[in-house]
Design a binder for this molecule. Structure first.
Ligand code: NAP
Length: 342
């Protein structure tokens, strides 16, 4: 027998992917519920070959489900996840609302699966930021092998990371540029079509953005607080798929061939690294895939034990929906989901 699952934010970019991936990985679902805001009541979304009609969050009885995949933004999660958790089901939340709460496990199943055991304190498990997930997937096996001292990251983040409105804005601005129509920014602070924006989230007093802060806080919580990490997050005019340029400094020697071999063996990681024009991956090719791809692995000759690499993944899949579904799979495999209807 399977579970009763509700997807909150089912009309959104991530929510739709969650519904698709639950079906693709054949997660044992007995009943599926699509939940969004009141304006989406009756809106139809797909679950495999079935059509599911959306229900409103504030009218939904969460005591009748076992698992809630939550993807409706931070403020909705802050208000609703604790109430839902108290009603019975485990909440797997995609927003940043609970990630740094010490009573909420922050999980990438390939990286820190055992940390999931603490989830009953609040009945909430947090899914990390999309850029952090793909980063720690590539860092973890290398850290285990040669202990990472310092990481310098620049991200190239697609507009889908800013939800449906982000994708619409890139699409509309791009079309309008060709017909001399309006291109004023709404979702992003500056024009995103034919441009790049070195700012995601909000500025802090120290000049970093909260997106950048999330990457080091979450890496420290999941992997190792001793790793020094500095990052610049950049929005680029790509629809789906985040890329990261990563510079690594290790405590012990690790050459590029060893790093390639280690990453080839790492679960969920694929190495595409040939030194010809097609021997690396771009966000376009990563779109729709489950893996985190690593390319352009090469020595950094300017430091003692240094490597550079290029890390790409589908931010809506491994960066969000797939990771959330894998957390549900982890709970299922470990027998940790109580059935409301048992
Ligand atoms: N996109 C990514 O790469 C990514 C990666 C990791 C995490 N996340 C996080 O995942 C969450 C969703 O992102 P997204 O890209 O899917 O956003 P999105 O495309 O803008 O979708 C937002 C979803 O939330 C629902 N929603 C908004 N306000 C609501 C309310 N008051 N009550 C009930 N439902 C409400 C919307 O329903 P309506 O259609 O009814 O408004 C919609 O289904 C965010 O927290 C985001 O930070 C996104």
């Amino acid at each position: 027998m399977g579970y009763r699952v509700a997807v909150v934010g089912a009309t959104g970019n991530v929510g739709r992917e969650m519904l698709a991936i639950l079906e693709e990985v054949k997660f044992p679902v007995d009943e599926i519920h699509a939940v969004a805001s009141r304006k989406s009541i009756g809106v139809e979304v797909s679950f495999g070959d079935k059509i599911v009609k959306c229900e409103a969050l504030d009218q939904f009885d969460f005591s009748k489900v076992d698992i809630v995949l939550m993807s409706a933004g931070g403020s909705v999660s802050k208000e609703w996840s604790p109430k839902i958790g108290k009603a019975g089901p485990v909440v797997i939340d995609n927003s940043s609302a609970w990630r740094m709460d010490p009573d909420v496990p922050l999980i990438v199943p390939e990286v820190n699966p055992d940390a999931v055991l603490g989830f009953r304190k609040k009945n909430i498990i947090a899914n990390p930021n999309c850029s952090t997930i793909q980063l720690v997937m590539a860092l973890k096996p290398l850290h285990d092998a040669a202990k990472i001292k310092r990481v310098v990251v620049s991200t190239y983040q697609s507009v889908s990371g800013a939800g449906k409105q982000g994708m619409d804005e890139l699409w509309d601005q791009t079309k309008n540029i060709f017909v001399l129509g309006p291109t004023e920014p709404k979702k992003f602070p500056k024009q995103i079509a034919f441009n790049v924006i070195p700012f995601i989230g909000a500025f802090r007093d120290d000049g970093y953005t909260d997106e950048e802060t999330k990457m080091w806080n979450e890496t420290h919580k999941m992997l190792d607080p001793a790793i020094k990490l500095t990052v610049t997050c950049v929005r680029v005019p790509v629809m789906v798929g985040h890329a990261e340029c990563v510079n690594l400094e290790f405590e012990k020697p690790l050459d590029e061939d060893e790093a390639r071999e280690i990453l080839r063996e790492a679960p969920g990681v694929q190495v595409i690294d040939r030194r010809d024009e097609t021997g690396y991956i771009t966000p376009k090719e990563a779109q729709g895939e489950f893996s985190v791809f690593v390319s352009r692995i090469r020595k950094d000759p300017t430091i003692e034990h240094g490597l550079n690499m290029w890390v790409v993944s589908d931010n809506l899949r491994k960066g969000a929906a797939l990771n959330a579904v894998q957390i549900a799979q982890l709970l299922h495999e470990r027998g940790l989901i109580e059935k409301a209807h048992a």
